[in-house]
Design a protein around this ligand. Structure first.
Ligand code: XIL
Length: 307
């Protein structure tokens, strides 16, 4: 079977087919590294670029970890996505101790600039804000940024990011919008306001952690069209399908990828690729395309056929 990245290169438009959730230490496992490089043309870290991991104390950065991922990608002709500048977890105590908005803003700018400058030209796209909305919808999450800067933190983050690295694509990354109509509308309203205020944003990254509910047919297409109307791109950023029913799982992988490609999505990433216990955030759910022994599952073949 041809690798996914080769299939992706044979599509009408070149498709990025990636694996997120790559903790650089997984590369110590030669089989993991081999499958990653063979199948995918893009990768992103799991948690290692989140603020408290890359920048645990002020001015102190753990560059080696991410450098290793970037070097691996470079050696294997893969793009790298920066995930994520602002996430709903993982903020260091030095940041949380800042309560003055001006000082908090300065810390945000310093962090974004340090990280984005270092990987400028090496990371072509960034998740600037991840999970801005409440999980079930119904307003912005009162996260660590909201608490100090209020709702304007989103706009501020995008402006700082664009200024730091003007040529990278900037995304807002959100979960469950494909399965919750109310949240879908809410995200669209939020992003429409950003666009109306000339906030520099390039697109919406749909996480697509699919649990019990697969997106209804047509929803991905509607989402893509609704953002195209704003001049924005839609990507699939973290897909996995949490079910032990391998046939159902394959059907969902195939249907989602098919609809995404038909709708014009050209950037699709999964949240890892092997169900191997240490290498997926939800090992019990066996959510990925390869089994624990790196054998392709039905979900792989369904994806392969869709590409
Ligand atoms: C997850 C990681 O996979 C876990 O290891 C960590 O404990 C929590 O975060 N959406 C995201 C990712 O944007 O950053 C999350 O990653 C999964 C959900």
């Amino acid at each position: 079977t041809t690798p996914l990245r080769e299939e992706a290169g044979n599509c009408k438009t070149d498709i990025l087919v990636g694996s997120g959730a790559i903790n650089p230490s997984y590369l110590n496992d030669p089989r993991f590294a081999a499958v990653l490089a063979k199948q995918f043309n893009s990768l992103s870290p799991e948690n290692e670029l989140k603020w408290s991991l890359i920048h645990p104390t002020e001015g102190d950065f753990t560059w080696e970890t991410i450098d290793r991922l970037v070097d691996f990608a470079g050696a294997n002709g893969m793009a790298v996505k920066g995930h994520g500048l602002i996430s709903s977890c993982c903020n260091p105590s030095y940041l949380l101790n800042i309560t003055d908005p001006t000082a908090f803003r300065a810390a945000m700018k310093a962090h974004f600039e340090a990280v984005m400058h270092r990987y400028s030209g090496k990371m072509d796209r960034w998740d600037v804000v991840t999970e801005a909305l409440e999980t079930q919808g119904g307003g912005l999450q009162a996260n660590d940024f909201y608490k100090v800067l209020g709702p304007g933190y989103i706009e501020e983050a995008f402006r700082i990011a664009r200024a730091a690295v003007p040529d990278a694509k900037l995304f807002i990354n959100e979960n469950l919008v494909e399965s919750l109509p109310g949240k879908r509308q809410e995200l669209h309203d939020l992003v429409s306001r950003l666009v109306a205020n000339d906030v520099p944003i390039d697109g919406v990254a749909l996480q697509m952690h699919i649990t019990e509910v697969a997106p209804m047919p047509g929803v991905i297409t509607d989402i893509v069209n609704s953002y195209q109307a704003l001049g924005l791109e839609v990507t699939i950023a973290e897909m996995d399908v949490h079910t032990l029913n391998a046939t159902l799982q394959a059907d969902i992988y195939g249907a989602v990828i098919n609809e995404a490609l038909n709708a014009g999505i050209t950037d699709i990433s999964f949240w890892g690729f092997t169900d191997k216990h240490a290498y997926t955030w939800l090992p019990g759910a066996k959510p990925l395309m390869f089994d624990e022994k790196y054998q392709a599952k039905a979900a792989f073949y369904a994806t392969h056929t869709a590409l």
